[in-house]
Design a protein around this ligand. Structure first.
Ligand SMILES: NC(=O)c1ccc[n+]([C@@H]2O[C@H](COP(=O)([O-])OP(=O)(O)OC[C@H]3O[C@@H](n4cnc5c(N)ncnc54)[C@H](OP(=O)(O)O)[C@@H]3O)[C@@H](O)[C@H]2O)c1
Length: 324
């Protein structure tokens, strides 16, 4: 099969399209015929091997352990392992698989769900990681009806889902985005949008009950100034940290600082779970959440798709379509 492969860590230039063996699905696994694969910033991190913390965490010290890139996936079940009970060949599914920038990918059953009926494969393929992270982040923040919620990075992958999920939970949502993407955030249902290039949402004049931080990497003290006295901060991430920790030290510090202040400061380490994808399917089929796709690339142009995402230009999500 054709796949986007890398032999060393590096920029998108290290990626090539090559013929590789179709993966063999284990007893608990599902072999998916890939129709579309989502592109999110995590693909860039694994490709580049940065921050270096990733390499130590098991992604491969000198080169990536998994050579085929891509993780978000949507497609049709080709075959199932003997212990798989929820899926059968022919089912349309979405979820995460190691190496989804390929014609076929193998995924543990626990990381898949049935595809929402009202989405195309392309739309479904951008949901799992970003949508799952947004869902888990808002749950961790215990989002409530009527709360004032601030989504930092509202125009991005995680943020574009978070705005919609927080609205579905009955919150009053403020999105933070750059000027060119404010219209997108409004169209997602945000009650208000702040342009972070013109206005400092941490100047202490406004306060939110819950902040989901996905962009900009503002300091803990800045973010605390924008919280209500008993508000909650959930740090999801943000690019531009150091090459060793990628800013992860801020995430870790949040737990420590939280012990000494009345506000709740916490970080998210998201998990890829079929049950969360089921929950997202329900929101999507109910019309409460719709993935936003900025650009679609054919498989061979996967390097360009990654460059586009890492340059921070995407409005919502980017997706790769199958070869056919
Ligand atoms: N904790 C976890 O388990 C987990 C899971 C998934 C992702 N992440 C991390 O979460 C972060 C977001 O992921 P993503 O996929 O949503 O990335 P993304 O699609 O690139 O979105 C990030 C957003 O941040 C915004 N941004 C950039 N500079 C900003 C600034 N100075 N102030 C405010 N916003 C700014 C950008 O919007 P504008 O251009 O409109 O400013 C962009 O849309 C990444 O760092 C990723 O690694 C963590």
């Amino acid at each position: 099969m054709k796949a986007i492969v890398q032999d060393t860590y590096g920029s998108a230039d290290v990626l090539t399209m090559r013929d590789v063996d179709v993966p063999v699905a284990g007893d608990e696994d599902v072999l998916v015929h890939v129709h579309a694969a989502g592109v999110e910033i995590g693909v860039w991190h694994v490709m580049a091997g940065k921050p270096y913390l990733l390499r130590i965490m098991g992604f491969g010290l000198r080169k990536p352990k998994v050579q085929v890139r891509g993780r978000d996936v949507a497609g049709v079940v080709e075959a199932v392992g003997k212990n798989v009970i929820r899926f059968q060949p022919g089912d349309e599914v979405f979820g995460t698989a190691d190496g989804s920038f390929a014609e076929y990918a193998s995924a543990p059953e626990a990381r898949l769900a049935l595809k929402p009926q009202n989405l195309t494969f392309e739309q479904a393929a951008v949901v799992p990681i970003s949508g799952g992270t947004a869902l888990q982040g808002l749950r961790k923040g215990n989002v409530q009806t009527g709360q004032q919620v601030l989504i930092v990075g509202a125009s991005g992958g995680v943020g574009s889902f978070a705005v919609q999920i927080a609205k579905a939970a009955g919150a009053k949502v403020t999105g933070v985005a750059s000027a060119a993407k404010m219209d997108l955030v409004r169209s997602l249902g945000a009650d208000e949008v702040i342009d972070h290039t013109r206005e400092d949402f941490t100047d202490g004049t406004r306060h939110w009950d819950l902040i989901l931080d996905t962009g900009g990497r503002r300091s803990l003290s800045d973010l605390r100034r924008a919280l209500t006295p008993k508000g909650t901060l959930v740090i999801v991430g943000g690019e531009g940290g150091g090459k060793w920790l990628g800013g992860f030290d801020r995430n870790l510090r949040s737990g420590l600082v939280s012990m000494f202040v009345p506000q709740r400061l916490t970080m998210l380490a998201s998990k890829e779970r079929g049950e969360d994808f089921d929950a997202l399917r329900e929101l999507i089929e109910a019309g409460k959440v719709t993935p936003v796709i900025d650009r679609t690339y054919p498989l061979i142009e996967a390097p360009d798709a990654i460059r586009y995402v890492v340059e921070g230009r995407a409005r919502g999500k980017v997706v790769i379509t199958a070869l056919a």
